[in-house]
Design a protein around this ligand. Sequence first.
Ligand code: PSU
Ligand code: MN
Length: 332
Amino acid sequence: MHPSAPEMKKSKELSAINARAYLLITSAKVVHMKSAIRFSSEVSAAMAAKKPIVALESTIISHGLPRPTNLSVAIECEEIVRTYGAIPATIALLDGVVHVGLEVNELQAIASRDDISKASIRDLAIIVASGKSAATTVAATAHIAAVAGIKIFATGGLGGVHRGANESFDESADLTALSQLDMTVVCAGVKSILDVHATLERLETLAIGLVGYKTNRFPGFYLTDSGFELEHRVDSAEEISAIIRARTSIGTQFKSLIVANPVLKEMNRAVHDRILASGLERAAREGIEGKAVTPFLLEHFHSASEGESLSINTEIIKSNCALAAKIAVALQ
Ligand code: PSU
Ligand code: MN
């Protein structure tokens, strides 16, 4: 039976109240948490001037790239964001303080100190309360960026469902985080070390938006094409900013949007597959588990490919930073 007109009106009113309540609670949380954040001088000036800002993660610096390349890539990424007209806000936790935007000495600390752990959302309060330091994953960075009011975020490759997750239950908190945050993440798909098919299924279940940038194929991190088709393709930053605006008008802004930006020059596929197989085999043999899996496999790639994966990873991040900055500018 169809609902009557008064019933329909009532249910519409109720959902409007629910939506408003949700927004109120979220903005109250945001105001409250903002006071726990330290903004860099550049980011706080940009916020005051309402300039476009791009959030950058720090796990990639501390745990995804080898030293000393990690620091030079981090500096270069920030510079690329500026070149395209936005302000970079690299996010990390230093000595119990949440930083949005890092001064140069702080970036150096994240890149070189040995006491920087890898923090996901669940670790944030524990790190802050104990006065410790940590790099933030995509999940944790997106959370802090959302609290700070930043809407665009660039990274390398997202976390996702690991191979063998039906046994290990290993699925990155990146996915659940992005199902709850008003964020747009530019990445080269999910890391090719993962079960890409299962990850795509989870993205659908979690109602996370997904578009390919100048492609109909889902990128595979080191590879331009993971072998899976994408339903939606966009060809400009303006199209992406139109989607971001439409999310708010349609009420789906608390489900993130992923912009999948393929690397232009991919890794040799035969080499890629060989290194992946040996990495997975080594990880199993050495009993690598939990949050150590991703850094272990990335490091295996970098050493086994004699730097090829490192230069591709660097290209990925740089290109994502450029696109994220263009989107942030188009959103102004
Ligand atoms: N992209 C990269 N290198 C990285 C990561 C992403 O090019 O190191 C990091 C991100 O911080 C991402 C994390 O959130 O890997 C995923 O880790 P896990 O699978 O443990 O959730
Ligand atoms: Mn995991």
